[in-house]
Design a protein around this ligand. Structure first.
Ligand SMILES: [Zn+2]
Length: 158
């Protein structure tokens, strides 16, 4: 962890405790270089449900991956950071409401599309066109950001 005061990347942990929500950890740290103290908060990435990908590999459901997919779909589109955040929360809540342990990546994609449609039509079409082909958030982000870089200007008329 890089020290926020002197940028030195060498500290020791003085104290670790779980937050009440059970999903994050607070660590009190001391920089070994300047001796100043700071606090970090770590969010638990694993939120219970696992996603089964097309190749049957399972991975933890990741809020950050969902956000990454939606941000990629909304590239140069109007939805604000706050609206995207609330859509991500809605998607995660719906997945938790419908599934207990496992969900297929295709089902995740369908839920994402359902929430993306009212958010932004262009983002929805971008997501739907790639996702139906590849069926995974990783592939989606890779393919779409590749296309965006290739087109350069962000022209999506093609
Ligand atoms: Zn320091």
């Amino acid at each position: 962890m890089r020290c926020p005061f002197c940028q030195h990347d060498n500290d020791r942990v003085l104290d670790t405790r779980a937050n009440e929500d059970g999903f994050s950890v607070r660590r009190r740290r001391c920089c070994n270089n300047c001796r100043r103290r700071f606090t970090t908060y770590e969010r638990v990435e694993e939120i219970g449900i696992r996603v089964i990908k097309k190749d049957l590999v399972r991975e933890p459901l990741s809020r950050e991956k969902i956000r990454g997919g939606i941000e990629t779909a909304c590239w140069k589109r109007p939805p604000s950071r706050e609206r995207i955040d609330s859509v991500v929360e809605g998607i995660v809540a719906e997945i938790h409401g419908q599934f207990e342990d496992e969900v297929s990546s295709r089902q995740v994609g369908e839920i994402v599309m359902k929430h993306l449609a009212p958010l932004d039509a262009v983002a929805f079409v971008r997501f739907a066109s790639v996702y139906q082909e590849f069926d995974s958030l990783d592939d989606f982000v890779n393919v779409l950001s590749g296309r965006q870089q290739a087109s350069g200007t962000g022209d999506t008329t093609s």
